[in-house]
Write a new protein. Structure first.
Length: 475
């Protein structure tokens, strides 16, 4: 796969894409989706793209062009009906294809597989792992050539899957998915050599967490993804040398069904948006140590229902939240946008799926999981890790009609090991992170990827200094 050359600092339009004028972020997009441009093949793929005639019709693909029949006037010679206009080529998430994205850099992290979450600080990238008791550290000072440094070694048996940073506080937070159930803090004033500051053991292993930051406080909101309470634990790490548990929440005690998979927290720290897996989506009111479900004036509430509700990330418009539904079997699921103008009674206003969600004519070798994992929302654009479908860019300017802006699906690495979801060579995993206009993301098989978005509004995204989906970014 040919990566972008280091000197190409300015994104140029893809040669197959007509230049478009960026719509202001406060303008609602038309409900009619613009036809998608032709796929750019990054390298020769072993899997042929399905022909248009055999490809499924996607719910969000361009409308087929209508053909007109030419009828002869009474005085004219009869004219044959022209052949139908060819149908636009169906988008597929075949390995080693991309449109409106360019590969800038890549490191396979020794092709060990089982890679987890991602965090960035200064010139370092940190990558977690399910099977290896160490955090990989990469030097990304040259994004085109990420290079491995000495890893952060942890005690044998540790599963350092999820990790977050607050760079200006020189803070790295690592969570342990093993039965030790630890949260660890590190000083990264030298990002290449983290030094442990403190740790705390919790009652359940830590599945995911949101790192919230106020002006004078830092809190880790921990989702246990366990049937047994507590389902949410809040840890104060304002003093990272002495992490302290400050609050717990039990879903059943609040009348909420399901188990907490992940969450995000409003910038002011008063609301938490919960992905309750089999219990749908609900909102919590927070005034620590008090945590309780948001109820309506009638005293009730009703979750927004979505299968396997994995993630809940608020949009720039505070009346909407983006949900990801992680379904591993056919038919796969996609995204949903929820209207939370009545926070006790959220309503799904739109859905977004890929053609592959229908499980017909799937690209690549058998075994791909075409379901979303972690979404990053940057104003009104979403960048979503979508397992076998790589990274997807979604336009959310009209929350009632999401549309696809681009995708990046890497080529399989040589000797790709079996990983989190089996043998399929593409398993895009982490929340994407935008830093200095570039997109960083991990694949459970392929390691670390650095990408540049080149589609509509590329100049705007190139000017974004920092955006994350599971850490509060102060203005």
């Amino acid at each position: 796969m040919a990566a972008e050359t280091p000197q190409a600092a300015t994104a140029t339009p893809s040669p197959t894409v007509k230049a478009t004028t960026a719509t202001p972020s406060n303008t609602v997009a038309s409900n009619t989706q613009t036809p998608e441009p032709t796929t750019t093949t990054l390298a020769t793929s072993a899997t042929p793209t399905p022909s248009p005639s055999s490809s499924p019709t996607a719910s969000l693909t361009p409308t087929q062009t209508r053909t007109s029949t030419l009828t002869a006037s009474p005085s004219a010679t009869p004219t044959q009906t022209p052949p139908p206009t060819p149908r636009p080529k169906q988008r597929t998430a075949s390995p080693d294809t991309a449109w409106n994205f360019r590969l800038v850099g890549h490191n396979s992290i020794d092709a060990i597989g089982w890679h987890g979450g991602l965090a960035l600080a200064d010139r370092c990238a940190y990558v977690g792992n399910y099977r290896r008791s160490a955090v990989a550290i990469l030097d990304v000072s040259d994004p085109a050539n990420p290079s491995l440094l000495e890893p952060l070694e942890l005690p044998s048996g540790t599963a350092p899957v999820e990790l977050r940073t607050i760079p200006d506080l020189d803070l790295l937070v690592v969570t342990d998915l093993s039965s030790a159930a630890r949260l660890l803090t590190y000083d990264i004033s030298d990002c290449t050599a983290p030094q442990q500051l403190g740790s705390i053991n919790l009652v359940h292993p830590i599945h995911e967490f949101y790192l919230w930051r106020g002006e004078n406080r830092v809190l880790a909101y921990v989702a246990t993804f366990d049937h047994y309470p507590p389902h949410l634990i809040v840890v104060d790490i304002t003093d990272p040398t002495q992490p302290q548990e400050v609050a717990r929440w039990n879903a059943a005690e609040d009348g909420v069904q399901g188990i907490l998979h992940s969450l995000s927290v409003s910038r002011d720290g008063t609301r938490a948006y919960l992905a309750m897996w089999d219990g749908g989506f609900v909102i919590l009111d927070i005034d620590l140590p008090r945590i309780e479900i948001v109820r309506g004036s009638d005293g009730g509430f009703d979750p927004a229902r979505l299968p396997n509700t994995h993630s809940a990330v608020p949009l720039e418009d505070k009346d909407f939240v983006l949900l990801a539904s992680e379904v591993f079997d056919c038919p796969f699921e996609g995204l949903a946008v929820v209207d939370i103008s009545d926070p006790a009674y959220p309503e799904i206003v739109s859905r977004f799926r890929l053609p592959e969600n229908r499980c017909q004519n799937l690209p690549g070798t058998p075994g791909g999981t075409f379901t979303p994992h972690n979404p990053l929302v940057v104003e009104d654009m979403a960048l979503v890790s979508w397992y076998a479908a790589g990274v997807q860019a979604i336009d959310l300017r009209d929350p009632t009609a999401p549309s696809r802006l681009g995708q990046f699906v890497p080529q399989a690495i040589e000797g790709a090991p079996a990983s989190l979801l089996g043998n399929y060579p593409i398993q895009m995993f982490s929340y994407p992170i935008v830093k200095d206009g570039l997109i960083y993301v991990t694949d459970s098989v392929g390691g670390l990827y650095v990408l540049r978005y080149t589609g509509s509004r590329a100049d705007w995204l190139a000017g974004v200094a920092h955006a994350e989906g599971n850490v509060t970014i102060l203005p």
